[in-house]
Structures are given as C-alpha cells and as structure tokens.
Design a protein around this ligand. Structure first.
Ligand SMILES: [Zn+2]
Ligand SMILES: [Zn+2]
Length: 170
C-alpha cells in the first residue's frame, strides 16, 4: 500500500543567508535558511512533532539547493544491477519452443538497457561535484541584513550576523 507521508513546516523564520550553488537552477544562487517547527504527517494527519529544523531554500526556485532534481545516482546503480541480473536470468532459461518473440525481445532489450545505463552513469561521472562548484563561489559579503536592512555586525569567527533579527551570514 502506498502511504502518503511528509512533514509540515510551521512558523518559518529566516535565520541565515549565503551565496550558494543550486542544483535545480544549475547556477550560483542566493539561498536562505528557514527555521521551522516540523511535524511529521501520515495522510495529512500531524502525528509526530520533531522540533525545530533548519531548511535551506533557493531564492530563485524555492527548492532545497543541494537536492539533485534528477534521479539519484544510487538509484540508477541499483537499476543497473537489476538489469544485469534480469539479462543473466533471461539467457540462463533454456530456450524452449514456446519462449516466443517476447522472450527474445526481452533477452536483447535487458542487456541493451543495461549497457545504455552504464554508459550514462560513466558519462555523468565527469560532472563537477557540488563541493567543487561551492568552492568556486565567493562567500556572501553583504554588509547589511537582506531581511531587515540593519547593518551586520561581526560575530565570533568569520560569521557576521544581524543585531536586529539575528540572521546569520554564511
Ligand atoms: Zn534554485
Ligand atoms: Zn536582520
């Protein structure tokens, strides 16, 4: 059975900002952290309060900047293993007379799909990693708070923060 579940994010408060790389936009973006009170739900019925959590959001597309919108790689590798397993099984079955055209199509299609998927996976290995992209982005250098326009003050370490709304510059 398919269970619909997720989380409600209550009382969002902007707590931080930074210059980031958004995987959905495929571009450097300003992102904002919201602190919310999260409650897990099952079929939209709030069941499990899990407390305060911080979520980063891209200001251009509203999505989590570090969640790849494309299928996760581990999922594709799992698909590849399933396809190889299916190919081996299909060729192991003795070709009896009633194996039929469908059986032969599957015998060819499963390894062909496995090869295509492997080529795709090896091709995408060359994509620069998020870590590398992030290293190329200079840190935010704002001197005033983007949320309330109050001049930022230097805190402990490299972090600057807003004295009015406590937003942090990352
Ligand atoms: Zn984005
Ligand atoms: Zn502020």
């Amino acid at each position: 059975m398919f269970i619909i579940h997720g989380a409600y994010h209550f009382w969002p408060k902007r707590v931080a900002f930074r210059d980031d790389y958004c995987l959905s936009c495929q571009a450097p973006r300003r992102t904002i952290a919201f602190r919310t009170f999260d409650v897990g739900h099952v079929f939209w019925i709030p069941i499990l309060p899990v407390g305060f959590w911080k979520h980063w959001k891209c200001t251009a597309c509203d999505r989590d900047p570090h969640v790849n919108p494309r299928t996760r790689r581990s999922f594709k590798w799992a698909g590849l293993i399933v396809l190889i397993g299916a190919s081996v099984m299909l060729w192991e079955i003795p070709s009896v007379a009633d194996f039929g055209a469908v059986g032969w199509i599957l015998r060819i299609a499963a390894p062909a799909a496995a090869i295509l998927l492997l080529m795709h996976l090896l091709g995408t290995l060359k994509e620069p990693s998020l870590r590398k992209r992030l290293a190329e982005i200079p840190p935010a250098a704002d001197m005033v708070c983007p949320f309330c326009a109050t001049p930022l003050t230097a805190g402990t370490g490299p972090r600057w923060s807003c004295p009015a709304c406590q937003a942090m510059r990352y």
